[in-house]
Each structure stands twice: as structure tokens, then as C-alpha cells.
Design a protein around this ligand. Structure first.
Ligand code: 6PG
Length: 259
């Protein structure tokens, strides 16, 4: 039986924040699957469609695989991506490719429901603008309105980045645009990424974090002083939504003991 500890819900800048600590990646995956299914059911019941943004990186891969065969009407699911690397969709580093291989190619989902970021185009700013426009179209947004995702899935890197909001990068300060091209000096690369206000407009945001290499940064992000330039994951504070951290015991090793 995976051991689970749940902090009492705490307020973090308006967000309801819950931290769940589970035994290992399998338990994190199972809990992530449950939240995904619950969010899908609630959204489809409430407004007929489930709009979800997927995370890249390696942690959610098992979750995507675990969603194959799940009781979801995929024709009512609109899939987006929180960030993308500037590579073709067939490239090993492509977040879209990972999600397609693990999940999207294995369920019956109309191609038009899958909104990928065309990050391979060469013109990174145009690619970001195109995705910005895509969100505008799907939600029917005007001016600087933000889309309200039913669920945004996130991961966190050992340097405290989430989506492609890396420490010290320009995108951290973005308040108006929904999607930007972000140059990440330490990678020597551009990324296309959601901005903080898009994530914070979501109804529910779920971080999946596993592994001992995340322990120090997880403590700093959750329990340390606020320093989002260095710890971008601290920027995630939904304005009117729920924030859930699902972490494994190795990643939680340095958190203060909980009741
Ligand atoms: C990406 C991401 C990124 C990722 C973290 C965690 O494209 O790399 O979206 O924010 O979620 O780096 O990645 P892991 O799950 O591989 O540790």
C-alpha cells in the first residue's frame, strides 16, 4: 500500500495548495491518473469538453501510458502542450512525440482535438504567436484574456524550472502574452512555453515530481523564501483554482515533517 501524506490545504497567494507524498513513481502515476480522470469527468459534465495541457519531460510518460484504456471519451478531450522544444515532431526530444507515442496514438481521438506547438518552424516568435492565436480561437478570447484550462499538468526540473520557464529567463516576467518563445542560455536553445498567467488561470494545476535529484529544489520551492527568478515553479499560484503537488518520497526527502 503506498503511504500517502496530505498536508492540510494551505493558501498560497489565493491558490488552494495540497502536497501529497507517495511511495514511488508508480504511486505518483496512479494518483495523477485519478486526478486526470476526475478532472475530465467534471469538465465534460460541466461544459461538455475537457481542455488539458500536457507536460513534457520524462516523469509524466508513465501517466500517459496509464491513460490508455481509461474510461474517457477522447472525442471530448482537447489536448494542448505547456511547452515544446524547437525540434520536429518526430524528434526524440519532442514533447508532442512523447505524448503521441505513449498515449495519443493509442486512443481514438480526432486529430483536430490535438493542438501541438509547431516549434520546428525556425521562426520561434511566429510559432509562439501561432499557439497564442490557437488558444484565442479555441476559447474565443479577446485582448489579453487568459484561457481557463480544466487541467494543466506540470513537471519540475532540478533547477526549479517548470514548462520552459527557466531561472533568470525573460518569460518569467510575462504578464500579457499566453505563449512566448523563451531563450534558455544554459541550454543554448529556444523553447516555446506557456507564460505564468496562462497556468495560473487554470481550474486545476497538478505537478508530478519524482526522484532524489529534485529533493533540494522541492524543499526550496515549497518551503523556502519566495525567489521565482531562481525558482520559477514558485510562480505557479492559480488565481482561482486548485494546485496539487504529487511527489514521491525521494523528492520529498527534505520537506519538513508533516502531521
Ligand atoms: C520539458 C518540460 C519540463 C519538465 C521538467 C521535468 O519540456 O522539459 O515540460 O518543464 O516537465 O523538466 O522533467 P522530468 O519529468 O524529465 O524531470
Amino acid at each position: 500500500m503506498p503511504h500517502s501524506m496530505k498536508t492540510p490545504e494551505t493558501k498560497a497567494g489565493g491558490a488552494r495548495r495540497t502536497v501529497r507524498v507517495l511511495d514511488d513513481l508508480d504511486a505518483v502515476t496512479a494518483a495523477g491518473r485519478e486526478r486526470f480522470l476526475a478532472a475530465a469527468e467534471r469538465a465534460i459534465r460541466d461544459h461538455g469538453v475537457f481542455r488539458v495541457a500536457l507536460a513534457g519531460g520524462s516523469t509524466p510518460k508513465k501517466l500517459y501510458a496509464a491513460l490508455v484504456g481509461a474510461p474517457i471519451d477522447w472525442s471530448k478531450v482537447l489536448v494542448f502542450f505547456g511547452d515544446e522544444r524547437c525540434v520536429p515532431p518526430t524528434h526524440a526530444d519532442s514533447n508532442y512525440r512523447m505524448a503521441r507515442e505513449a498515449l495519443l496514438s493509442k486512443v481514438v481521438i480526432p486529430g483536430s482535438n490535438v493542438h501541438r506547438i509547431y516549434a520546428e518552424s525556425g521562426d520561434v516568435r511566429a510559432a509562439a504567436q501561432e499557439y497564442e492565436d490557437e488558444l484565442e480561437r479555441v476559447w474565443g478570447l479577446i485582448h489579453h484574456e487568459m484561457p481557463r484550462f480544466d487541467l494543466v499538468l506540470l513537471g519540475m526540473g532540478p533547477d526549479g524550472h517548470t514548462v520552459s520557464l527557466f531561472p533568470g529567463t525573460q518569460a518569467l516576467a510575462e504578464t500579457k502574452k499566453r505563449v512566448v518563445a523563451n531563450h534558455v542560455e544554459k541550454l543554448g536553445a529556444w523553447r516555446i512555453t506557456f507564460t505564468p498567467p496562462v497556468i495560473n488561470a487554470a481550474r486545476e494545476v497538478v505537478f508530478l515530481v519524482a526522484g532524489a535529484d529534485k529533493a533540494g529544489v522541492l524543499r526550496e520551492v515549497l518551503e523556502g523564501p519566495r525567489d521565482p527568478q531562481r525558482l520559477p515553479a514558485q510562480l505557479v499560484q492559480p488565481d482561482d483554482g486548485e494546485l496539487v503537488w504529487i511527489v514521491d518520497r525521494a523528492a520529498a526527502a527534505e520537506l519538513a515533517p508533516r502531521a
